[in-house]
Design a protein around this ligand. Sequence first.
Ligand SMILES: Cc1cc2nc3c(=O)[nH]c(=O)nc-3n(C[C@H](O)[C@H](O)[C@H](O)COP(=O)(O)OP(=O)(O)OC[C@H]3O[C@@H](n4cnc5c(N)ncnc54)[C@H](O)[C@@H]3O)c2cc1C
Length: 451
Amino acid sequence: MSDHYSAKRLPVDPGQTGWLNIIEKVPSYPTLEQNISADWVIIGGGFTGLSAAKQLAYKGGSGLSIALLEASQIGAGPAGRNSGFMIDLPHALGGDSYVGDLSSDREQIRLNRIAQRFATDAAKEYQMPDHCVDKSGKINASVDYNGQHHNDIYAKQLDELGETYSMLSSDDMQAITGSQFYSGGLYTPGTILLQPAEYITRLARGVCQRKPQLQIFEHSPALSFTRVGKHWVIKTQHGSVTAEGIIIAANGHAESFGFYQNRLMHVFTYASMTRPLTASQQKMIGGDERWGITPSDPMGTTIRRINTPEGNRIVIRNGWSFDPSMQISPSRIENYVKSHRLSFNRRYPELHDVDFEYSWGGRLCLSRNTVPAFGWVDKNVISACCQNGLGTAQGTLAGMAAADLAMDRNTEVITYLTNHDAPSKLPPRVLSYIGANATIKIKEFRARKEM
Ligand SMILES: Cc1cc2nc3c(=O)[nH]c(=O)nc-3n(C[C@H](O)[C@H](O)[C@H](O)COP(=O)(O)OP(=O)(O)OC[C@H]3O[C@@H](n4cnc5c(N)ncnc54)[C@H](O)[C@@H]3O)c2cc1C
């Protein structure tokens, strides 16, 4: 506990996210340039911050004022940089398999579906187009015997969980993807495929239009917050908000304010989006126009095909790096683009001359023991951070729960997010840097056929 917290680092988002750049109309919000008051301030406008804002605005009544401070632009941060898989089933990224033990998996599924319902309700209420929140399922694709083995284990676990799925042959995979690359797949119907930047920007606009008690400020990073009597004063470069409480929805940047020191792992992953395929290129490869594939080995390549008014595009994501500084150099993106190119050409050799129009990297926050950094961290300050790489669902849940906690409500999501240990301590920085990057490289080598 302290009377003053200041941000040691502010977010830097490397490269241009394709998802945001292909949307036509993106609303913009003012920069905070005066001193205002609000009941609650939310720091961060990603899945967590905006879900908290919606929950507070809808459940807190019209008398409750909320100011949301976003350091950059809504949709330009990690929330608009991810691959858009809002997965209902267990999907642990750290291990060798996606699943864990049955009872915690069951609980996870139930809660993930609460997050999905939040997104589908928002999509309906704010009349988002179908492709924005598309419950079309996903395929866990394999390329060889090892991948098939991962999928067989996954299928057995899904049987025990009573979850439906279907196994796909290499011919099925080719019919769907237009690529001969895959040897098989496991299709599960419950995943929502988001256009992440469009979902996030429409969520922000939808809440603001219906609930004027929410004010969003872009390009307004919270630089510090100080206790003054019963209130907190949150300072930005040109203004301030005096508030009763704060929800920190800045994911790994909670640590920049001094919370969870040396307990959060800051990781980057990388993605590229092609320019639109021409009609003849689409015809040449065939396949469906909209699908999403996760690799059967968590360290492999995630790939989506999306249809936009200009034509189909392919979005490819692979490569991981552990960066405690939370910043990477632009040349790092160039290296990963080479890896994306190789992965793309292996799947679509006939499209080798199709350029990537956008390439980017994005931050994730993990904890060693895969738990969130959630709960009260000072008087009237709630942390809703560390989504362990699954922020579309976990961030939505954390935002909903943070808002309910702020309103003194008790919910099963709060119980779920608070009923575990704190994020465990990391080894000294140098050791964790070397150790984590070496582990990533070894795991990526093992998953090389799925790259
Ligand atoms: C390439 C890539 C692919 C991914 N794919 C998936 C996927 O398919 N499915 C999935 O579930 N997850 C995926 N993720 C992870 C997912 O994007 C994150 O888990 C999610 O964005 C976390 O949501 P959040 O709202 O908690 O944090 P963020 O989205 O990081 O939002 C936090 C916001 O806080 C802002 N902020 C930080 N500091 C301050 C400050 N001082 N003042 C004001 N604002 C501040 C940031 O600018 C940011 O906008 C992927 C990530 C990447 C990079």
